[in-house]
Design a binder for this molecule. Sequence first.
Ligand code: 13P
Length: 255
Amino acid sequence: MRTPIVAGNWKMNKKASEAAEFVGTLLEAGIDKIEGVEAVVCPVFPSLPVVAELCEGKNLFIGAQNLYFEPKGAYTGEVSPEMVKEFCQYVILGHSERRAYFHETDEMVNKKIKAAFAVGLIPILCVGETYEENQAGKTKDIVTAQVKADLAGLTVEQVTGMVIAYEPIWAIGTGLAASGELANQVIHDFVRTPVAELFGEETAEALRIQYGGSVSPANAEEFFSMPDIDGALVGGASLKPDFVEIVRVAAQCKA
Ligand code: 13P
């Protein structure tokens, strides 16, 4: 049995004071009392300390949105795995926005995943195809290639314990979510199956795979009722109290 995981990727939103107020709202709404699901919030770096303090001892986990793979040194503007680990349990890596705007390659993502594991952080690896790739029938090639390259050299134990988010780029921030069935098919055929081939059936069965892209309280059930979808990586809707509802639907669907 895989424990569902719903993570809120706040992207570049909410300064520390806003983050603190919002986490207060989530806790008041009982997000940490929902059983059978892991809820994660992923603020910007400067908001991590205050959010970590508010979540201490609570059933609400914290993720960063990035890290650099070197442990320390002359890398102006970057944040090391150890620095992230001080406040977080999770770290989102390889998000399509980082790949597109900051030129992150699979090789860099692979290094970051290894660096995260080296300090005990759990990576949430993002993969997904663009609209053009999708229309050209390349979803399988793109997603499978990302999975293979990003997970290269990892151990069975590492892959078993990590999280992958399938986020079709055309569904991110567009309001045009994939259908539950399509997302489930891509996740099963192009993520879980290649993981089984590379790391074995048991690993693939244990690995948690999220869907991401325009998830909202209105469509959450469509995704969480699918057998291969173990949660969601939520952008826009994670900035609002709506997020609690999405976490609740995940708990209900997977109970
Ligand atoms: P939206 O939920 O806003 O589409 O964003 C998805 C996403 O990119 C989460 O990482």
